[in-house]
Design a protein around this ligand. Sequence first.
Ligand SMILES: [Zn+2]
Length: 54
Amino acid sequence: METDNYLMGDQPMTCPKCGARSEIVSETIENEIFIQEHECLIKVCQYHFTACSD
Ligand SMILES: [Zn+2]
């Protein structure tokens, strides 16, 4: 499954599709880059995406 990736900012991540709060489903560090996997908390959206540090 292809997952869209976004840059982590200073603000808590929100769903890029609907703007609702998202839930962190996993956190990993790959090649010194911090990667969070998120899922939108809104049932009708459930957009799945990743956010990584710069
Ligand atoms: Zn959403």
